[in-house]
Unconditional design. Sequence first.
Length: 156
Amino acid sequence: MKSVLFLCTGNSARSILAEAYLNHAARGRFRAFSAGSQPAGRVNPFAIELLQKSTLPTEGLRSKGWDEFALPGAPKMDFVFTVCDSAAAEACPVWPGHPVTAHWGVPDPAAVRGTDEDKRRAFKQAFTALARRADLFLALPLEKLERLALKKKLDL
């Protein structure tokens, strides 16, 4: 089983959504994790609400620092995807080592101001974008692609 780490700044919304979705959609082919460079310390309630409405498991989801995955005994990462939106000038962490990396920039739904419905809409848009990318990733014939070809395909 291959491991995937989704990185973001706060690890409270986008990376959490991606982790939950990929763990569900991969059906045991991949194990997804998430982390942040500056963890918020809690998962955004709108992320939990959306995952529950989508009937995806939320147990065990938590906001944590990416350095947790650099400790001895941590799972070896095969893929590391940043999901922070560079257009919003967020600081994305850099992952050490040699996993295949790609950037899947998605606007931060946690930064949306307005009504709760505005926020729910932003979370749904982020979730939909991440789910589409995850589905494309899952459709790739990973065992037949060379590392550089795979990286090029993943940098959507």
